[in-house]
Design a protein around this ligand. Structure first.
Ligand code: ARG
Length: 374
């Protein structure tokens, strides 16, 4: 027999009230879990336990099965993601016991190695400690685990990815001695539950990269372009049943256009369209030559070709659009709504040439979800 003698000070009341999770969210999730996973035990018993824990501790703990389901459904609910057909295959790495910076660093590196699979990329998420009334979970401050630095020179010009100039300066202020190149992999900045932040330089074998070349134009390789194989979003919270996991880096594989029509092409990113157009000898004196479009297509051909040659998983926007409609049909058949944001789903090139362009979508937001907090 155990008895508890606990006392609350006014201060505790404040933090508890402020940080206690919403028990209705918890209940909704537990019901959903049991509805979609019949045979997972007595839902009422589980609901009672959860309600008791929330009342007592301001939070509760997901079972491993609930966590895996929650992470997968959060992907299924990602209305900006065109690649949701394989949401059930998400590999969930349960690292909820980790709150320290070294532990997070080690597991981020292990995540990248496993997810990269020497090119056979596996959609993977690693879930670290959640926020609780007692303490905040750890955080990764980077937007993605792998990104390239943007170095601002004295004269204001930028070498590298302009999107990460601020982050690069932050890393340097924490003592990072990055190079001065166009594709310097940034260190991972980790804010642990307790104590100061940690800078982690990723080991080379955790970062697979693909040099970009063109199947026909030999000069293309001389542009010196490259991109990393794994897009691993690291600054979104995974929210399941009222619980927030602030550190839950996840990855899929790339769709070529994300790199060829955005990262390397956007004027405020690597801005390579004018460079490619010039090498192609296109008439850039008039928009009506469609030199931008022409250069964009060749850059995208190069990206798809290079990943294929390197044996790295990548999809193209035509295939992915068709898959997305398959996913929509499946979800409908399962009696669910599949929320989607048209402006994100339609690919950044040849939108109208893909079937996802020609319809509207349900714009609801559902939970569990991947969200940006603060
Ligand atoms: N668009 C982002 C990038 O270029 C990645 C977003 C996630 N993409 C994905 N295929 N899972 O890095």
């Amino acid at each position: 027999m155990r008895t508890w003698i606990r006392s609350l000070r006014p201060f505790d009341i404040h933090t508890l009230v402020e940080r206690t999770i919403d028990v209705r969210e918890a209940e909704r999730f537990i019901r959903q879990f049991h509805a979609e996973n019949p045979g997972s035990g007595d839902v009422n018993a589980r609901l009672r336990d959860v309600a008791r824990d929330v009342a007592r501790y301001g939070t509760y703990t997901h079972t491993a099965e609930e966590l895996t389901f929650g992470a997968r459904v959060a992907w299924r609910n990602s209305n900006r993601c065109i690649g949701r057909l394989y949401w059930r295959s998400l590999k969930v790495r349960d690292r909820r016991q980790i709150t320290g910076a070294e532990g997070v660093a080690l597991e981020c590196v292990a995540h990248l190695r496993e997810a990269t699979g020497e090119g056979r990329i596996r959609p993977t998420i690693t879930v670290f400690a959640p926020d609780t009334p007692a303490r905040r979970g750890p955080r990764v401050l980077n937007e993605q685990l792998i990104r390239y630095a943007g170095h601002r020179a004295e004269d204001g010009s930028i070498v590298g990815d302009p999107r990460y100039v601020e982050f690069t300066e932050l890393a340097k202020s924490h003592g990072w001695h990055g190079g001065a190149g166009r594709f310097d992999v940034l260190p991972v900045l980790i804010q642990p539950s307790f104590g100061g932040p940690l800078l982690c330089n990723l080991p080379g074998d955790a970062v697979l990269e693909v040099p970009i070349e063109h199947p026909e134009y030999r000069w293309f390789a001389d542009l010196g372009l490259r991109w990393h194989a794994v897009p691993a979003i690291s600054n979104m919270c995974l929210e399941i049943g009222g619980i927030c996991y602030p550190c839950a880096p996840f990855n899929g594989w790339y769709m070529g256009a994300e790199i060829g029509a955005r990262n390397l092409a956007d004027p405020d990113r690597y801005d390579q369209i004018p460079v490619v157009a010039e090498r192609l000898g296109l008439d850039t004196s008039t928009e009506r030559s469609l030199w931008r479009d022409h250069a964009l297509v060749e850059l995208n051909v190069a990206v798809l070709h290079s990943f294929e040659r390197a044996g790295v998983t990548m999809t193209d926007h035509h295939t992915e659009s068709r898959r997305f409609l398959t996913h929509l049909a499946r979800e409908e058949k399962a009696g669910r709504v599949c929320p989607a944001d048209w402006s994100w789903i339609v690919p950044p090139i040849s939108g109208g040439a893909t079937p996802v362009f020609h319809r509207y979508y349900d714009e609801r937001t559902l939970k569990p979800a991947y969200v940006h907090h603060r």
